[in-house]
Design a protein around this ligand. Structure first.
Ligand code: THU
Length: 124
């Protein structure tokens, strides 16, 4: 899949964000080995810690649909933020060394990184 398609999917996922408290919308997408694209977005709760991050929503959704192997994961925010620590742990466990694309929705830029860089010495 080309980079523009990855940006388009991730921004589409971000539109579904439910972030009434932080107002900080996050979208995530991943591609499974068979070419299916699965979306995630942050879903906030009135009981704040119950909130789920976009990346984990995408990964848990894909896993719960039976997918096990992934080509890449992407995340989009208004400032190009990188995944939080909890999401890094789940990425390390379920995405292996798949590339991670970090998208800034304001500048429409895309950076590529890897879990090796984001979470050295993961607990596995
Ligand atoms: N958030 C994500 O969706 N992914 C991250 O990696 C970090 C934070 C969400 C959680 C919350 O809804 C909002 O961003 C502000 O923290």
């Amino acid at each position: 899949m080309n980079k523009q398609n990855i940006i388009d999917h991730t921004l589409k996922a971000r539109k579904n964000a439910s972030a009434p408290y932080s107002k900080y919308k996050v979208g995530a997408a991943l591609e499974t080995l068979d070419g299916t694209v699965v979306y995630g977005c942050n879903v906030e709760s009135k009981a704040y810690p119950t909130t789920l991050c976009a990346e984990r929503v995408a990964i848990f959704s894909a896993i719960s649909s039976g997918y096990k192997d992934f080509k890449w994961l992407s995340v989009a925010t208004e400032d190009g933020a990188y995944p939080c620590g909890s999401c890094r742990q789940i990425i390390a466990e379920y995405l292996g060394d798949a590339p991670i694309f970090v998208i800034n929705s304001r500048t429409m830029s895309l950076l590529e990184t890897s879990i090796d860089k984001l979470l050295p010495h993961p607990f596995k």
